[in-house]
Design a protein around this ligand. Sequence first.
Ligand SMILES: [Zn+2]
Length: 215
Amino acid sequence: MSGLSSTAKWRLAVGAGAVVVLALAGAATPTGLADALSPAPSRASEADALSPAPSRASEADGLSPAPSRVSEADGRVPDGVTLSPFDTEAPAVRNLDPALLAAVRSAAGDARAQGIEMHVTSGWRSKAYQQQLLDKAVGTYGSLEQARRFVNTPEKSAHVAGKAVDLGPTNADYWLIQHGAKYGLCQVYGNEIWHFELRTTPGGTCPALLPDAAG
Ligand SMILES: [Zn+2]
């Protein structure tokens, strides 16, 4: 074996892998080892240069057709839009059950008098919009079973029937949890402080909370 040419040794090293090459280089000359290691930092900076990848992925998410499949006509409330319960144009508000809308407006007026502004974050929804929300939730939570804890099917959703409204911000939700029964408005699900339905007669008592939309 001692008769191997240096070329043969090189081939042997390549066959055994890069680590052996580095070891041989190191054994030969210390400076050779340093040279062999020097590309490491530039490899790291190449990796840094690749770091925008996740934002590219999120851009791709933004470009997916899902968010644009439904429009405001389906009851979608566009991002950044603050919808008043007194709005008369937006389908999300306009298509609510008249009794529910009247109760919400009455409550919102009284809340406003106490310095609390109430907004509709979601109201009536078309079946297509509800299905899209459910599909999205399945993607987020990993299964239909888990998604159903937060988003109902189009067939079961009270939003599609115009008989449920999601309200915000949080201080308005807590105000309505405390005072809603006066208007017949009740929180329904323990995991959704923002979701209200007419579940009692005005001045009555709200039924016990369901744990979630699947309950
Ligand atoms: Zn809701």
